[in-house]
Design a protein around this ligand. Structure first.
Ligand code: TYM
Length: 334
């Protein structure tokens, strides 16, 4: 039998996730987990690149773990852990820093965006963020990385660094491929459909959070920006309607053509209500299950500690190899 390939992905515990994160990442994690040796991290060190309110990071880390589980990630099958619990991530990031050029990092779109958004805190971590992400991925000899389109540039850097290191020091890292959700790699904002849906958007009506209840979801979809043309068709110049059709299809497993036929001749109001109902029907059980899991911190801590032990075992195999390749003196066990 053929060995399973390795899948790695991570999400930042930086707040309540949106259906953009769900459709672009988490839904695929669940879909792919059994076909791969799957490893899912909570990227808590990445979150430190933006100022955190006291206690928020800890709370959000448990929230995200509970959400992973509520979305169907299985800690018996997959390795699920907190990035900060496996110090090899920070250690490999240091080594990779020595083969990364500042220009590669300063031209990253996300760095430029975040520098504008957090002008009072442009720290080295914000710039170095993609190197830590490369370290996350390369430590596990990853074949496949399911991510949304906004992370593509970072994945490219991971590939470049793997190739550069291999060329300089000899074959060490697998060169990973990205996996992008069909149609949903970039779910757009409900209020400004030319922008990405984002959990940090100050306009709460622009995104559906995984914590929104049924009424809130339906109300937000009712307010979603459309156009005045009253045709429910997917088209480049109908960004709002196309985004709603995409979301509807992702939650109902229908094709765009099927949805266009279903809503042919209907009014926008009725269509938006249907989209809201379809989304709420899928999100509500996840929200309830997440809240149920959150009440059991002991269980969540157990998942994290066994995940960290399993992750460490794999990660240190790669890190030891890297240390040897770059010429560090091996640590003698006494
Ligand atoms: P993060 O936490 O910002 O987002 C988590 C995942 O959600 C995807 N995503 C979207 N997909 C579709 N439409 C959207 N509107 C949307 N918004 C977000 C993101 O692309 C991502 O896949 N740097 C990463 C976390 C990370 C990571 C890694 C990912 C750290 N190390 C190693 C993969 C491999 C991040 O900040 O994602």
């Amino acid at each position: 039998m053929e060995e399973k390939k390795t899948l790695f992905s991570a999400v930042q515990p930086s707040g309540i996730l949106t259906i953009g994160n769900y459709l672009g990442a988490l839904k695929n994690f669940k879909k792919l987990q059994s076909d791969y040796n799957s490893i899912f991290a909570l990227a808590d060190l990445h979150t430190l690149t933006v100022k955190q309110e006291t206690g928020a990071l800890k709370k959000n880390t448990y929230e995200l773990l509970a959400l992973y589980l509520a979305c169907g990630l299985n800690p018996e099958e997959s390795v699920i852990f907190a990035q900060s619990h496996v110090s090899a991530h920070a250690e490999l990031a240091w080594i990779l820093n020595t083969i990364t050029y500042p220009g590669e990092l300063s031209r990253m779109t996300q760095f430029k965006d975040k520098s504008q958004k957090h002008a009072d805190n442009i720290n080295m971590g914000l710039m170095d963020y993609p190197v830590l992400m490369a370290s996350d991925i390369l430590l596990y000899q990853t074949d496949l990385v399911p991510i949304g389109a906004d992370q593509k540039q970072h994945l490219e850097l991971s590939r470049d660094l793997a190739i550069r290191f291999n060329n300089r020091f000899g074959e060490t890292f697998k060169v990973p491929d990205g996996y992008f959700a069909k149609n949903c790699a970039r779910v757009m904002s409900l209020s400004e459909p030319e922008r990405k849906m984002s959990k940090s958007d100050p306009n709460l009506n622009s995104f559906i959070s995984m914590d929104d209840d049924i009424d809130t979801i339906i109300r937000k979809f009712k307010r979603a920006v459309t156009d005045s043309d009253n045709r429910i068709v997917y088209s480049e110049d109908k960004k709002g309607i196309s985004n709603l059709l995409t979301i509807y299809c992702a939650f109902t497993d229908k094709t765009i053509e099927e949805a266009e036929k279903e809503f042919d001749g209907q009014l926008y109001g009725a269509f938006k209500l249907k989209v809201g109902e379809a989304v709420a029907e899928k999100i509500e059980p996840i929200r309830l299950e997440k809240n149920r899991l959150l009440a059991n911190k002991d269980y969540l801590d157990d998942v994290l500690s066994s995940g960290a032990i399993r992750a460490e075992r794999i990660a240190y195999r790669t890190l030891n190899k890297v240390y040897k390749k770059v010429g560090l003196v091996p640590k003698k066990r006494v």
